[in-house]
Design a protein around this ligand. Structure first.
Ligand code: NAD
Length: 483
């Protein structure tokens, strides 16, 4: 299976190659096969991308919003028309099963393009009366934005950053993760075909150093990163040198709190979705599942039955429910966490082994009797490994759920809706669910608190993060100077 793109980068409306850049091998993690070979961006490629973005943005930012929107809506339609082929590529790039990529990845990217296309023409300023004089405000684009992506949802991440940036009059230079570099190139192709002027959405490939070069360029007004907390710290600090705007979508160790009055099947299903979807490689996963003691035994029994029935295998088979992890490095990391959990005394309920050789597979794994201090309860694993912790009271579980530096997401399951709202009000997380988990529609703001990030993607909240306000004071009478 080959998925070699025409060239490594997409700059100023066309594919661009510079073989002087270090090689990036793109691997299908279900087989280990190399499906494409790309090159990292050289300084010349980075320069071309930033220069064309700066040039194109000047005109794009002045265009009528409805005209910009029309192009983005067309791109959304094209993505939906081509969903099958795009999802196949996403599966090859990430190893996620077709059963997921056809409904979750590009479709949610199309939603973002459609949503921000619809929103942009109604983004206006305000008028502030001051007696005779008045102030009006304008919401202006920021300019050239840099997007840097993680490998777990590569095409969704590219769309979630490009859509608000472009709709609101900015240009974007996007660097996908070096692990999954293919989808963003397709987005660039589609946007050009939909009528986007050249230079407004450029894709450059590379590892951290290429991202670093983009973040510190004086032409860049904003940086939006999706990645881990350690990378977020570095990128935030680098962006601060130039006082740039930032959005940081970082990691988590989110709590999912299940009270003993919860609907058992829904709670088990949500815990599985929030730990096993995309083989657990989801930032907002509820990886600390707190189960009230009265429900514990029934919960673990159903969880084990349903987890053991998950169909693992070839992600290209439409019947497959769970594919491999994205890479050998990720597999090694996840197996390391499983080993540590066993060594620290957590009780293995099911799974726990690498499986379906060759390929980077690990079984859906559940540990019970996990306590707050264990590594499994503290660090982000990013694999299909669920930690189940016991609790007795509402007050206790809120304190323990908040006992982490992360604050990305949280969920509560209970039949008592008043309790659901009361608990969520006290949880320190940017995105919360009551009797649901991991649903992230584009209409809803998404992002983290504490170390999990700053800024919000999606929803109307994203407008704040891709525009800036200009205030214009209008004097209507003579100027009264005291000298
Ligand atoms: P990562 O932090 O290793 O890399 C993220 C991106 O940053 C990559 O494109 C990488 O090349 C780039 N990068 C690395 N060092 C850089 C530097 N010094 N300057 C600029 N760019 C640099 O993350 P990953 O392993 O690709 O993804 C997994 C992580 O992403 C997890 O922690 C996960 O929770 C997080 N994530 C968060 C969200 C969210 O929306 N909050 C969504 C998906 C993933």
């Amino acid at each position: 299976m080959k998925a070699q793109p025409e060239a490594s980068h997409f700059v100023d409306g066309r594919y661009l190659e510079d073989a002087a850049g270090a090689e990036i091998e793109v691997i299908f993690p279900a087989t280990g096969e190399v499906i494409a070979r790309l090159h990292e961006a050289t300084p010349a490629v980075i320069e071309a991308a930033l220069a064309s973005a700066a040039r194109a943005q000047a005109e794009w930012g002045r265009m009528r919003p409805v005209e910009r929107s029309r192009i983005l809506r067309r791109a959304a339609d094209m993505i939906r028309d081509r969903n099958e082929a795009l999802s196949l590529l996403e599966t090859l790039d990430t190893g996620k099963p077709l059963q997921e990529t056809t409904v979750a990845d590009w479709p949610s990217g199309a939603d973002a393009l459609e949503f921000f296309a619809g929103l942009a023409p109604s983004v206006t300023g305000e008028t502030i009366p001051l007696g005779q004089d008045f102030v009006y405000t304008l919401r202006e684009p920021l300019g050239v934005c840099v997007g840097i992506g993680a490998w777990n949802y590569p095409s969704q991440i590219a769309c979630w950053k490009a859509a608000p940036a472009l709709a609101l009059g900015n240009a974007m230079v996007f660097k996908p993760s070096e692990v999954t570099p293919l989808g963003a190139l397709k987005l660039a192709e589609i946007l050009i075909e939909a009528g986007l002027p050249a230079g407004l959405f450029n894709v450059v490939q590379g590892r951290g150093a290429v991202g670093g070069a983009l973040v510190t360029d004086p032409r860049v007004a904003k940086v939006s990163l999706t990645g881990s907390v350690p990378t977020g710290r570095k990128v935030y600090a680098a962006a601060a040198e130039g006082v740039r705007h930032v959005t940081m979508e970082l990691g988590g160790k989110s709590p999912l709190v299940i009270f003993d009055d919860a609907d058992l099947e829904s709670a088990v299903g949500a815990a599985m979705l929030g730990n096993f979807y995309s083989a657990g490689q989801v930032c907002s996963n509820g990886t600390r599942v707190f189960v009230q003691r009265g429900l514990k035994d029934r919960f673990l029994k159903r969880l084990a039955e349903r987890s053991e029935a998950i169909r693992m295998g070839d992600p290209l088979d439409p019947e497959t429910q769970m594919g491999p992890l994205v890479s050998q490095a990720q597999l090694d990391k996840v197996l390391g966490y499983i080993g540590k959990a066993k060594a620290e005394g957590a009780r293995l309920v099911c799974g726990g082994e690498a499986s379906v050789s060759p390929g980077c597979y690990v079984q859906p794994t559940v540990f019970a009797d996990v306590t707050d201090g264990m590594t499994l309860a503290c660090e982000e694993v990013f694999g299909p490994v669920m930690a189940v912790l016991d609790f007795d009271t509402e007050e206790e579980v809120i304190a323990r759920a908040n006992g982490t530096d992360f604050g990305l997401a949280a969920g509560v399951f209970t039949a008592d809706l008043a309790r659901g709202h009361r608990v969520v009000a006290q949880l320190q997380a940017g995105t919360c669910w009551i009797n649901a988990y991991n649903l992230t529609p584009v209409e809803s703001p998404f992002g983290g608190s504490k170390m999990s990030g700053v800024g919000r993607e999606n929803g109307k909240a994203a407008i704040e993060h891709y525009t800036q306000v200009k205030s214009v004071y209008v004097g209507m009478g003579p100027v009264d100077a005291p000298y």
